[in-house]
Design a protein around this ligand. Structure first.
Ligand code: FAD
Ligand code: DHB
Length: 392
């Protein structure tokens, strides 16, 4: 067993763990990041793609936005389509704000390359992660490295940034946490396609046969999603069927969907999950380890990065200044934003998807809500404010 010492042991090299390590390093706090997947896997895992303006500012302040500022696509609104008509919501006009298309894969690459350049501890391909002693002042993080060698890291704090299936949430004391959870009765089939986007801004579309979303990763690569039944078998969706269904759902007069080679496809279930509190003793949870939202509205990545901004300040106060106040306020501060985003994601999801067996009353309630959003400046402003991120 190799014994080591650090100030913050970070489990997980997703966006949350990596950004936390960077923010701590900027404040002179030492950390060790352990990740059970390979670097290549972390850098290629297709997930989110849309950043709130606040997230962009956070990455800039952390000195991580050179490529984001060069390659990110700033969007001043979205299209909302329903009943065969496409409407534009102009966020610049409504709330004076924008969002930015920049893929999670690219953020992860930028963060890994910065940490590697700095020569700081970041261990991929580890296994058997364990956390112990969170009720003491020196919790211990244990893992086996890529060669199977066991390590024991004595920490001041452990940060559980290990996603929904990680080991840190289960390491919280039994009976401490309450969990609020909702599974939605549909899934998303997502594709990445080697074709320029057929739209300048994202299209969120409610069609009688289900939701569709046209997003993008760059001016060359499109990202599109279709609502499909829960547990849908991906083999039921050959490329031709996917393009035909996307065409059908997005169709409006004088608009064309450009088709191209499909680089990747996957089916993702949709769920809301919030575990509270996000801290016990010297173990702090951040990002998907504590909460997940359905993807409609693109909040997951933004919430994860917002958590670690709060956490980094709290840990600097605790470790450097001996001030436990911000650490004590951490969970409540994050959960307030998390619940706002959970409500918004639920609202977007519920109004844009067609659940199995939807009755005419629910259908008309959805349509009434969508018509209101595009007709009322007050309603459109509410959507824009939440989409761009609240609080901003
Ligand atoms: P993660 O990115 O999950 O990172 C956690 C890391 O911890 C992973 O690298 C994992 O390998 C590692 N880990 C897990 N267990 C251990 C362990 N025991 N030891 C060491 N390391 C461990 N959000 C959107 O906004 N839009 C989207 O379109 C979107 N699509 C998504 C699609 C999928 C399939 C998933 C799963 C999520 C999607 N999300 C989306 C959500 C968004 O990607 C997440 O909110 C974001 O990745 C959260 O970052 P994180 O760092 O908290 O967690
Ligand atoms: C993307 C995903 C979303 O859920 C969303 O609301 C917007 C964009 C995306 O993957 O690009």
């Amino acid at each position: 067993m190799i014994s080591e010492r650090t100030q913050v042991g970070i489990v997980g090299a997703g966006p949350a763990g990596l950004l936390l390590s960077r923010l701590l390093a900027l404040a002179g706090i030492d950390s060790v990041v352990v990740e059970n997947r390979s670097r290549a896997y972390c850098e290629a895992r297709q997930r989110a793609g849309l950043l709130e303006d606040r997230t962009v500012r956070l990455l800039r302040a952390a000195g991580l936005a050179d490529r984001l500022d060069r390659e990110g696509l700033e969007h001043g609104g979205i299209y909302l389509q329903f009943a065969g008509e496409r409407h534009h919501l102009d966020f610049r006009d409504l709330v004076g704000r924008t969002v930015t298309v920049y893929a999670q894969t690219e953020i992860v690459k930028d963060l890994i390359s910065e940490r590697t350049r700095a020569g700081a501890a970041l261990h991929f391909d580890i296994s058997a992660t364990e956390v112990e002693g969170i009720g003491t002042d020196h919790p211990v993080l244990r893992y086996a490295d890529a060669d199977g060698q066991r390590h024991q890291v004595r920490c001041d704090v452990v940060a559980g940034c290990d996603g929904f299936h990680g080991i840190c949430r289960p390491a919280m004391p039994a009976g401490l946490m309450t969990v609020a959870e909702r599974a939605y009765p549909y899934a998303w089939l997502g594709i990445l396609a080697d074709v320029p986007p057929s739209t300048d801004e994202l299209i969120y579309c409610r069609h009688a046969d289900g939701f569709a979303l046209h997003s993008m990763r760059s001016l060359e690569i499109s990202r599109l999603y279709l609502q499909v039944p829960l547990d849908e078998d991906i083999t039921a969706w050959p490329d031709d069927r996917i393009w035909a269904e996307l065409w059908r759902r997005f169709e409006v007069p004088a608009w064309e969907l450009k088709e191209g080679p499909i680089l990747e496809k996957s089916v993702t279930p949709m769920r809301s999950f919030v575990a509270a509190p996000m801290r016990s003793g010297r173990l702090f949870l951040a990002g998907d380890a504590a909460h997940i939202v359905p993807p409609t509205g693109a909040k997951g990545l933004n919430l994860a990065l917002a958590d670690v901004a709060v956490l980094a300040d709290a840990l600097v106060a605790l470790i450097r200044d001996g001030d436990g106040g911000p650490a004590g306020a951490y969970s409540a501060a994050c959960l307030s934003r998390v619940w706002r985003a959970t409500h918004f994601s639920w609202w977007m999801t519920s109004n844009l998807h067609v659940p199995p067996g939807q009755d005419p009353m629910d259908e008309q309630l959805q349509l009434a809500q969508l018509r209101y959003v595009v007709a009322s400046r007050a309603a459109a402003t509410t959507l824009a404010e939440n989409y761009c991120g609240w609080p901003g």
